[in-house]
Design a protein around this ligand. Structure first.
Ligand SMILES: [Zn+2]
Ligand SMILES: [Zn+2]
Length: 249
């Protein structure tokens, strides 16, 4: 009876939420204008139109950081020390993409527009052709209990579907609980903090394979690089990264 009452109250709350969203349309998290389509999530179509792709000729071939055409022959400062074999992302971590990454930490919903952006980026990516398996950056079980889901896993599901590759949720585990990075921590401090945090549960799933790691955001790269280091130690042939937003200096 108690269970039934609880289920009913959850359903009732959902119904109220749905009714409210009809009466009071969502306002864009960025500009405050009404969001006309549910497909756009929490930002309006006009704000989404600002998420434009960077021209391919002006990117570092490895990490896709924007570069001037003359600089392409010199070493890219953005991927110096990067363990990943390559990094791709939808755009800079600000505006619409940042709003959606933050939203995804509160609600397990990937809107259609974001799904389409993921598909667009992956469709034009030749480096991912050899990818054998897609892995989400794992949360520590304690953080998973607090949040109820892993937002990187939701994104990895979309990536795996778009590439038609298997998704492995448990091959990489987070074995050490680390507090979230604080603003002001430098790259070295962040790298030290996550060192040894991950473990591979099945070496066979990794050995000799090209792996694509998925996370929501790339800032210093400490987390993704540490995951890549762990996977390489278990014999991965190559490890690529894909994120929604990348913090660009
Ligand atoms: Zn807007
Ligand atoms: Zn680069």
């Amino acid at each position: 009876m108690v269970m039934l009452g609880r289920t009913f109250s959850i359903l009732a709350r959902r119904l109220v939420d749905d009714l409210l969203s009809v009466v009071f349309p969502t306002l864009c998290a960025l500009c405050g204008e009404p969001v006309d389509s549910l497909a756009d999530g929490i930002t309006c179509a006009a704000c989404w139109s600002g998420v434009d792709a960077l021209p391919t000729f002006a990117r570092c071939p490895r990490c896709h950081a924007p570069r001037s055409a003359e600089a392409t022959t010199t070493e890219c400062p953005a991927c110096r020390g990067m363990v990943l074999d390559g990094l791709r992302y939808i755009g800079p971590y600000d505006g619409v993409l940042r709003a959606h990454v933050l939203f995804l930490k509160r609600k397990p919903q990937v809107c259609r527009r974001l799904r389409e952006k993921i598909q667009e980026v992956l469709a034009e990516e030749s480096a991912f052709r050899d990818v054998a398996v897609v892995l989400p950056v794992p949360l520590h079980p304690r953080r998973l209990r607090e949040r109820g889901y892993n937002q990187a896993e939701l994104l990895a599901e979309e990536v795996a579907r778009a590439l038609a590759r298997p998704l492995e949720k448990d091959v990489l585990r987070r074995i050490i609980y680390t507090e979230p990075h604080r603003a002001g921590m430098d790259a070295l401090a962040r790298a030290r903090r996550v060192a040894g945090s991950f473990a591979v549960t099945s070496a066979e799933a990794v050995r000799g394979r090209v792996i694509l790691l998925v996370d929501d955001v790339f800032t210093s790269g400490a987390t993704l690089n540490e995951c890549a280091r762990t996977l390489r130690r278990s014999g991965a042939r190559a490890v690529y990264g894909f994120v929604i937003g990348r913090a660009l200096a």
